[in-house]
Design a binder for this molecule. Structure first.
Ligand code: PNW
Length: 484
């Protein structure tokens, strides 16, 4: 234990996260059928390089080695997701062969003394359900609830922590409005309906799982940004930050914790597409918001970067990299007028995302102060990480930028802990290099390098550093000076 460093609380959990479609492969084995991502990957131009998840990291066949690797790194917990189309290939009837994979994985984790943290939905909706409207259809929320109960029947005695959805913002607006993710649609109405039915599925699943077993730790993971006005004195800039915050953060935090959608944002969107908002309002039935606001135990916070925004269009070419535009230059914001990203000279990752660790401290503090603290909902950073171009040498992979990134963000978490925020753990995204959605295999987020020819795994310098931090349960001063 470091004597001069900053220690983590005794019960703080260190882990790493992955998602089914990004690592499993085995896309056509043991009865698995297409998800919307299998189909989306076949659309020319949808994914960089025409890549897909058919093989990915072949984790479906290599999970034993991967768990052994987690054990070697000292991970205390592993956050993974279940492929709905493996377990219920058409969205409905159960496929025992697919389910067996998750039983084997969970047993392996428990054997290694690694806490299994299960996410039910990380974006791979069965294609059969998309053909019936996907998340724009209310029936999808009901089928999601049934699927959650199937999973609980199979694993309820062995998995203590259950996350319903990963990042419903991505699964609704980035997917049905911005078109960047599957199913690749460009509709404000669909984005709004999808967000509501995702949240409804979350609330129903929490209610039913809770009724089955009061001891489960239940929650949801949201992706956030920290939106700052370029000039806090300019009303147009302050308004731009309000719009980003409202559509990205409050659209999900408010219904989950306060049983309401943010009225200012509803009105903003109404000005853009009144018919879409009318359709959304008709879809929000009596009682839905109470269902969505079921008490939860754990709130997952995913943080990659913030946004500096202005209300006035820049004189020069707009900056890229933030979520204000998709790769194809479309906006995932239903109300995107007056949102202009501003360059602030921060370092950027290989994907163009800004590196802004202090934003994580502010984000955790804000979620705690405004939403979760008074209810005693625990916070976990369920994702944080960066894509960089690694330097591969004989037997080692050097990723100094990622080492700095991880240290700086763990420092930011400790700053939040010191300020009294109830944050209980951190998951690095991701354990392995993997299929980075619309970016294909072009962007590597792993602390473990994957050679996609041989499937060989090599822990990067960042993995060794993370393992050291976990073992010491502290951030020592030496490298902190350089990182923060
Ligand atoms: C998250 N955006 O995705 C996901 O949960 C992971 O599956 C993913 O690999 C990771 O972050 C890195 O991208 C996001 O455009 C994708 O704002 C896009 C955005 C945010 C999160």
């Amino acid at each position: 234990m470091s004597t001069t460093g900053r220690s983590f609380p005794q019960d703080f959990l260190f882990g790493a996260a992955t998602a089914a479609y990004q690592i499993e492969g085995a896309a056509h084995e043991d009865g698995r059928r297409d998800s919307i991502w299998d189909v989306f990957c076949r659309v020319p131009g949808a994914v960089v390089g025409g890549d897909n998840g058919d093989v990915a990291c072949d984790h479906y066949h290599r999970y034993r080695d991967d768990v052994a690797l987690m054990k070697r790194l000292g991970l205390q917990t592993y956050r993974f997701s279940v492929s709905w189309s493996r377990v219920r290939p058409d969205g409905g009837a159960l496929n025992p062969a697919g389910l067996d994979f998750y039983k084997r994985l969970v047993d392996e984790l428990r054997e290694a003394d690694i806490l299994p943290w299960l996410t039910l939905y990380h974006w791979d909706l069965p294609q059969a359900l998309q053909e019936r409207g996907g998340w724009t259809a209310r029936s999808t929320a009901d089928l999601f609830t049934e699927y959650a109960l199937d999973m609980h029947d199979a694993l309820g005695d062995r998995v203590p922590v259950w996350t319903t959805l990963n990042e419903p913002w991505c699964a609704s607006f980035l997917s049905y409005t911005g078109g960047e993710h599957a199913p690749g649609h460009h509709s404000i109405e669909e984005g709004l309906l999808a967000s509501h039915h995702l949240l409804l599925g979350h609330g129903q699943a929490v209610r039913e799982l809770r009724a089955r077993d009061a001891s489960l730790d239940l929650g949801i993971t949201l992706n956030h940004t920290v939106a700052d006005p370029a000039d806090p004195q300019k009303p147009a800039d302050v308004d731009a930050a309000r719009r980003v915050d409202g559509q990205f953060n409050r659209w999900f935090l408010d219904p989950i914790h306060r049983a309401s959608y943010p009225a200012d944002i509803v009105e903003d969107i109404r000005k853009v597409d009144a018919a879409a908002v009318a359709s959304f309002e008709a879809a929000v039935r009596d009682g839905d918001l109470a269902t969505i606001a079921q008490p939860i135990d754990t709130q997952g916070v995913n943080y990659y970067h913030g946004d500096l925004v202005s209300g006035t269009a820049p004189e020069h070419a707009p900056v890229s990299g933030g979520p204000a535009t998709t790769r194809a230059g479309r906006s995932p914001y239903p109300s995107d007028a007056g949102i202009h990203p501003v360059e602030r000279g921060l370092p950027r990752t290989a994907q163009g995302w800004e590196v802004q660790p202090e934003g994580l401290t502010r984000l955790l503090q804000r979620v705690h102060d405004e939403y979760t603290g008074e209810k005693g909902v625990r916070l976990f950073v369920t994702e944080n990480g960066a894509a960089y171009d690694d330097v591969v040498t004989e037997g080692a992979v050097h990723d100094p930028d990622r080492v700095t990134y991880v240290r700086a963000h763990l420092g930011a978490v400790l700053d939040a802990v010191d300020a009294g925020v109830d944050v209980r753990g951190y998951f690095y995204w991701s354990l392995l290099d993997n299929f980075e959605w619309a970016w294909g295999y072009d962007k590597r987020f792993g602390i473990v390098r994957v050679d996609y020819e041989t499937q060989e795994r090599t822990p990067k310098d960042s993995a060794l550093e993370y393992a050291r931090i976990i073992a010491e349960r502290a951030l020592d001063d030496v490298s902190t000076a350089g990182a923060r």
